[in-house]
Design a protein around this ligand. Sequence first.
Ligand code: GLU
Length: 486
Amino acid sequence: MGNKVRLRYAPSPTGYLHIGNTRTALFNYLLAKHYDGDFILRIEDTDTERNVEGAEASQLDNLRWLGIEPDETIDKPGKYGPYRQLERLDIYQKYAEQFLAAKQAYYCFCSSEALEKSREEQIANGNVAPTYDLKCYHLSPEQVAEQLALGTPKSIRFHVPENQTYQFNDMVRGAVSFEAKDLGDWIILKSSGIPTYNFAVAVDDYLMEITHVIRGEEHISNTPRQLMIYDALGVTPPIFGHLTLIVNEQHKKLSKRDGHLMQFISQYRDLGYLPEAIFNFIALLGWSPKGEEEIFTKTELIKIFDEERFSKSPSMFDVKKLTWINSLYLKKMTDEDYLAFVRPFLTAAYDLTNKSEGWLEMLMLIFKKELQYGQEIVELAKPFFVAPTSLNPATLTMLKSLPGDHQWLNSFRDDLSKISDWNEGAIKTLITECGQKHQLKGKDLFMPIRIFTSYQEHGPELAKVIYLIGKEQVINNINNLISKDV
Ligand code: GLU
């Protein structure tokens, strides 16, 4: 038995990777790596009715894309496998039988109808938290043998030790305790031979030598049952940490059903968010570094992440912040990487067959400073692919507020049409000369040129924009507006 730090992320394959479970995976990963330990991914697929086709593969694929690579998992087994619970049924059976033999557990032959009836009776008698009525706990060995001989369906139920208090020191919440008397005897192995969550998770965490468990706060109330299993096995439990909630901007618990908010990693991936940016952003959801800095590489996060700075209050999932962090990461990319990253979004949206490589690169690069995520390039680049037909009302108002009648644009257009080698430098020179010729400078010069040539009020460097729109189109744009007498 080693003393290596080992943490795990144990998703049930009931859905795709979303912000909440990515946070759990990431925190377990970061703590493991901080202590030079192992990060394990185990699939908890015992709730067979709820398993979703493709969820397992998608979880793993998206985690890997984010850079959260397990040291051991289903397709990368270590010595602790198998890593899918349904492939470990013989292991749970063995421990359940061990508990039976030690009288820590017993066979339960109660049907679901009988259990429901007992529950209803307890509620009718004023018991708000009904528990198992211990009927099968009191069966004599002969009665048990009789039921077994009859082949009555049987589950295995764990007997909760009386008068016991279950305590643990949570990494997030400090001391937490539960009284045994509030927890009824519970099923560890169903009649189908499939274990229940609390039993399987504790057996697996023990056998996989998990040292720390970080998970969502909804699992706090499960922890005492898991502690019972550790006690019954005679082993020390891992150190637990139950993270606080992630809430939306309305301070409501993030819900997968909230269709307005994108919560799945694949959605951000498809939109052109960078894995490094998402990794950085999620690391700050319920954990904070010392100081004000918020932008960290994976290596830096591994170095500074620890169990001392988990947040005690809910953390807000702020898409604007994620988008801002993403734009910082885009700006930090080399031009080469940036171009390779952005290009597929343009390729998917526009026909690029007649565009030169130089033109395309300039187009992508003029937006590098402002691009927030890959897909945004499609909208930003639209004026360069789709000729504008009219000014939007705000731009028209802005144009009308500028002094003069803009007749000088006729001469600017004529000069543009005379450029034989269409390039950015020539256009820049022409703009300067135009200012001198017509005694215009600053906004009075640039704004009309920008609006008449591109129909936009704002945009990247003017000479580049004019170059990219192309000579013929720019001249058409100017002529159209002049003819409309704006
Ligand atoms: N399979 C459980 C879940 O997805 C794991 C909980 C745990 O980490 O113990 O919620």
